[in-house]
Design a protein around this ligand. Structure first.
Ligand SMILES: [Zn+2]
Length: 550
């Protein structure tokens, strides 16, 4: 379906206006006539859910009109998808105000505007609006704004940062104002924030730690350096959760320049909108990194796991990492004030919602902890004794599947890229055919919307594919990283969220087998980067005896 469908549940506003002056010019502008034209146009083009807004006998130079105000109220409530008038002057005769509506208010609420007789349709290229360029008194403003944007775009594509201030942790180079260099004092705080996150602290906890340690907030820091900070009355004593999150998510710390993270819908509208990630312009290695790719990825991964913050305030190292072997859903940590620590357990969340859908997969966390620590120490011993062997096996382990998956991904990416280019050509031809009158405006709108939808889906697919490919290429580095991390720990004696996230991808718990006397339960540990998987069996008798002893 096309753009038309997107608006189908919203109001198609049909606006009519008749002034005293218009009445002198006979029937052609009468409300009845306008209504007939608008109704027919809406029906012919499949615009449903129509609603009339009428102002009878009111001049177009004022916007104090009841029908108009009712329409604007509905627009501001987000109820309106399209506004249609017979011609531009029906909307208003004050061109400045009319322009403001079309250029600012309508885009802001995603409203499409059509003036039938003037050939204006905001869904189509801005060029259509050029037709009445001269009626905008403030047209030059748009031109100026366009020129500024062109300069910014050129700058952005050259990998120069658009931001006037470098992010916290960097400063402008004294020799080249366009170059960022590391500001060691602030960079140390940035590194600490990432480290605190890797150690399992959430943004609020991190903010509290920094505040308690008397670390100046970025605003306070800039002020102490005598730099102008635009907001004068923001709180500078306490670190906020939002500041911490913002820092943890900035790709700039990897040494990349990220431009066009936000955009404006129109030059008159100062509001900034978030640009979807695929529209970001990322230029790699434009300045020195503060955070390594490994740590950055780790932080994003940790943050993407939904963490269950327990009543005690600590995060369970298992939160979001343990899965049910049968339904694939996560196991959740059941902790109650009344339970002693060794009664803390995990259960399948599907089972928790509906006991007919899966079985409990009940496992106590102390049992799971013991199994994982045992496997970690075994693995660590093996890596220490046979590092080369381990690296070779880890690489081979998945080399075969890796290669064929890689080829499939590469091929799919090539096809997607080819089609994206084809669509670009089709767009261009379609546009030319429309200008030359070979195809109607309606047809143009329908087809271009269809092309656009296809292309944006392809672009999203292509982005995913290139990500998959580069992730696979990371493989070798990953294995070496993994070895490095394993060697970092002398011996594993306790499980922290840090260890879990650095070394383990996921844990799969099987349903227990056997009866009460000989119950066993299989646990698979998938180590990170797909390097190795360990399978262990929990023997109930063993753990039962141990529990009794506690
Ligand atoms: Zn399950």
């Amino acid at each position: 379906m096309t753009a038309l469908a997107a608006h189908s549940n919203k109001i198609t506003a049909l606006y009519c206006r008749l002034s005293q002056e218009d009445m002198l010019h006979g029937e052609s502008n009468s409300i009845t006539n306008q209504k007939a034209i608008l109704s027919k146009f809406a029906a012919d083009n499949g615009f449903r859910n129509t609603k009339f807004y009428v102002d009878d006998g009111i001049s177009g130079t004022t916007f104090e009109r009841d029908g108009f105000k009712a329409m604007v109220a509905d627009i501001e409530d987000g109820k309106v998808g399209i506004v249609i008038t017979k011609d531009l002057s029906r909307l208003g005769r004050d061109y400045l105000k009319t322009g403001e509506l079309i250029e600012m208010v309508f885009p802001d609420y995603d409203v499409r505007y059509i003036a039938i007789n003037d050939g204006v349709d905001t869904l189509k290229s801005e060029n259509e609006l050029m037709a009445f360029k001269n009626i905008f008194n403030d047209w030059y403003a748009r031109d100026t704004s366009k020129k500024i944007r062109a300069v910014q775009k050129a700058k952005a594509q050259a990998g120069k940062p658009l931001a006037t201030h470098p992010p916290y942790g960097y400063k402008k180079s004294e020799t080249d104002k366009n170059q960022w260099v590391i500001d060691e004092e602030a960079a140390a705080v940035v590194r600490r924030i990432f480290q605190l996150c890797i150690e399992g602290n959430g943004p609020t906890v991190i903010a509290n730690i920094l505040t308690a340690d008397g670390i100046p907030t970025p605003t306070a820091y800039y002020r102490s350096k005598g730099m102008s900070v635009c907001r004068q009355n923001v709180k500078t004593k306490r670190w906020g959760m939002a500041t911490v999150i913002h820092i943890l998510e900035r790709m700039d710390y990897l040494g990349h320049t990220v431009n066009f993270k936000t955009y404006r819908k129109s030059y008159k509208n100062k509001k900034l909108y978030e640009n979807p990630k695929e529209n970001w312009l990322i230029i790699e290695n434009t300045h020195e990194p503060i955070i390594s790719q490994h740590d950055f990825d780790l932080v994003q991964e940790i943050r993407s796991h939904k963490k269950r913050r327990q009543k005690s305030g600590t995060v369970s190292p298992f939160a979001g990492m343990v899965y049910c072997a049968d339904c694939g859903n996560t196991l959740y940590v059941g902790r109650a004030q009344t339970l002693s620590p060794n009664q803390e357990h995990m259960m399948c969340s599907t089972y928790a919602h509906d006991s007919d859908e899966c079985t409990a997969h009940y496992i106590r966390t102390c049992v799971l902890t013991e199994i994982i620590l045992g496997e970690l120490n075994k693995l660590s011993q093996f890596v220490r004794d046979n590092e080369d062997e381990f690296v070779r096996r880890a690489m081979e382990n998945s080399a075969a599947t890796q290669d064929s998956e890689m080829q499939t991904a590469r091929k799919a990416l090539r096809i997607a890229e080819k089609r994206i280019n084809e669509l670009d050509d089709l767009f261009e031809r379609l546009y030319e055919d429309n200008v030359s009158g070979k195809i109607s405006d309606e047809r143009f709108a329908t087809m271009s919307a269809r092309y656009e939808a296809e292309q944006s889906k392809l672009k999203a697919d292509a982005a995913k594919l290139s990500e998959t490919i580069s992730r696979k290429e990371q493989k070798k580095n990953d294995v070496m990283n993994f070895v490095g991390i394993v060697k970092k720990y002398e011996e594993f004696t306790e499980l922290t969220p840090e260890i879990m996230h650095e070394l383990i991808d996921r844990i799969v718990v099987h349903a227990p087998e056997g009866g009460r006397a000989n119950r066993t339960q299989q646990v698979d540990i998938h180590f990170r980067f797909n390097v190795v998987t360990a399978t262990a069996t929990a023997d109930f008798k063993q753990y039962y005896v141990r529990r009794k002893a506690v």
